[in-house]
Design a protein around this ligand. Structure first.
Ligand code: 13P
Ligand code: SF4
Length: 347
C-alpha cells in the first residue's frame, strides 16, 4: 500500500515540526519541508509496519533525529530504555541503538523477538572485554564485588554481581557493602568513580579493566579551556565516560538523560556538550532557545542505523538481525540487571 500525497504532506509537516530545529545533522542534511517530504513515505511505512507486527521501537538519544522523532516509541538513555524494554508487552522490540542495548532488551523481555537494524553496531566498550577475560580477572580478585557497566556483553553481565548505568553508577557503588570493587569494562568511568567515591567519603577500592569509549576518550581539558575563553557564561556538560581531567573541569557530569535535564533547567547562554552529537540534536529539538557550541563527535556504531534498515528489519528480519542468547547466560545476566533496578535511586 502506498501512501497518498495528502498523507505524505501531513507526515512531512509532522516531521518538520521537530526536525526544523536540528542543525547538527551527522550527514550535513538541512531539515526543511523538502527533506521531510523525502523521508515521509518511509516513516509512514515504518509506523504502519509497527502496528501490523505489534512492534515497538526503542531509540537511544544518539540516533539520527529522523529515527528519534519520526518512528521511535521511546527515546532516552540506557537506563530509561532498559526499563521500557522490561515493561513493554509487544511481540517485537526493535532496538535502534547498538547491539549490547538490544541484548539487554532480550535479557529483560525474553518472550519478545528483539531485532537490531545493523548487527555491526558494536561498542568499543562492550567489545573490549569477553566473559572469559572477566572470569580470568575475577580469579585475581576473588573477594571483589563485580560491577559491570551496562555497555557490556550478555556474557560479561552473566559474570557480574550487579549492573550499572551512567545514571546510577555512583549511587549503587557507594551503597554496596563491599569495599573492593572490580569495575568493568570502562577504565575512564572507573577513574571517575574512584574520584567521586573519594569526594563522597566512601572507602572503596576500584579496580578496572582497560576499555574506553572511542568517542568520549577523545575529549580533552584543552577543549574546555578554549571554549570557556571564547564564550563567557558557558556551561560545560560531560558524560562520565570522559577522561577524569575533563569530568573535573566540567560544570556537570551525568548520563545522557541527566545531561538533557541539566541543560533544560539551566539559564546559561551557551553549552558545550562533551558527548556524542546526537544528544545535541535532541536538545536542539526540545530546547530550541539554547545555543550549543563545539564540533560534532559521532559514534560510528550508533550511526550504522538508518530508516531504511529499520524498515527492512521490521518487514522481514534476517537471522543476523534477531538477538538470540543462551538461556543460562540470559538468566544470570537478568539477575545482575535486576539487582541494578533494586539498588537504583528512586528519583
Ligand atoms: P547513556 O546511558 O548515558 O545514554 O550512555 C550510553 C552510551 O553509550 C554513552 O556513550
Ligand atoms: Fe559505545 Fe562510545 Fe558508541 Fe556509546 S558512544 S555506544 S560507549 S562507542
Amino acid at each position: 500500500m502506498t501512501a497518498t500525497d495528502d498523507a505524505i504532506e501531513l507526515e512531512a509537516e509532522r516531521l518538520l515540526r521537530s526536525l526544523m530545529h536540528v542543525d547538527c545533522d551527522p550527514h550535513g542534511k538541512t531539515w526543511n519541508l523538502a527533506t521531510c517530504r523525502a523521508i515521509a513515505p518511509l516513516t509512514l511505512e515504518i509506523n504502519r509496519l509497527k502496528a501490523e507486527r505489534d512492534a515497538v521501537i526503542l531509540a537511544h538519544s544518539y540516533l539520527e533525529p529522523e529515527i528519534i522523532y519520526g518512528v521511535a516509541d521511546f527515546r532516552g538513555d540506557s537506563y530509561f530504555l532498559s526499563m521500557k524494554a522490561r515493561e513493554v508487552r509487544a511481540k517485537v522490540i526493535l532496538f535502534a541503538g547498538v547491539v549490547f542495548m538490544a541484548e539487554t532488551a532480550k535479557i529483560l523481555s525474553p518472550e519478545a523477538t528483539v531485532i537490531v537494524p545493523d548487527r555491526g553496531s558494536g561498542c568499543s566498550l562492550a567489545d573490549s572485554l569477553t566473559g572469559d577475560q572477566l572470569r580470568r580477572l575475577k580469579s585475581l580478585y576473588p573477594d571483589a564485588t563485580v560491577v559491570c557497566y551496562i555497555n557490556s556483553t550478555a556474557d560479561v553481565k552473566a559474570e557480574s554481581d550487579v549492573c550499572v548505568t551512567s545514571g546510577n553508577v555512583y549511587h549503587i557503588v557507594e551503597h554496596l557493602p563491599a569495599r573492593r570493587i572490580l569495575f568493568v569494562p570502562d577504565r575512564l568511568m572507573g577513574d571517575n568513580l574512584r574520584a567521586e567515591m573519594k569526594r563522597r567519603g566512601a572507602d572503596k577500592e576500584i579496580i578496572t579493566s582497560d576499555g574506553t569509549c572511542m568517542v568520549h576518550d577523545q575529549f580533552s581539558p584543552a577543549d574546555i579551556a578554549e571554549a570557556r575563553e571564547r564564550y563567557p557564561g558557558l556551561k560545560v556538560v560531560a558524560h562520565p565516560e570522559c577522561p577524569p581531567a575533563v569530568a573535573a573541569a566540567a560544570d556537570f557530569v551525568g548520563s545522557t538523560g541527566a545531561m538533557m535535564k541539566y541543560v533544560k533547567n539551566s539559564g546559561a547562554p551557551y553549552y558545550l556538550m562533551l558527548t556524542e552529537c546526537g544528544l545535541v540534536g535532541r536538545l536542539q529539538v526540545e530546547s530550541p532557545e539554547k545555543a550549543f557550541i563545539g564540533g560534532c563527535r559521532l559514534c560510528p556504531y550508533m550511526k550504522l542505523n538508518s530508516l531504511e534498515k529499520v524498515r527492512d528489519a521490521l518487514k522481514a528480519p534476517r537471522p543476523d538481525q534477531i538477538i538470540t542468547l543462551d538461556e543460562g547466560v540470559r538468566r544470570r545476566a537478568a539477575h545482575c540487571i535486576d539487582r541494578m533496578f533494586e539498588l537504583s535511586p528512586t528519583d
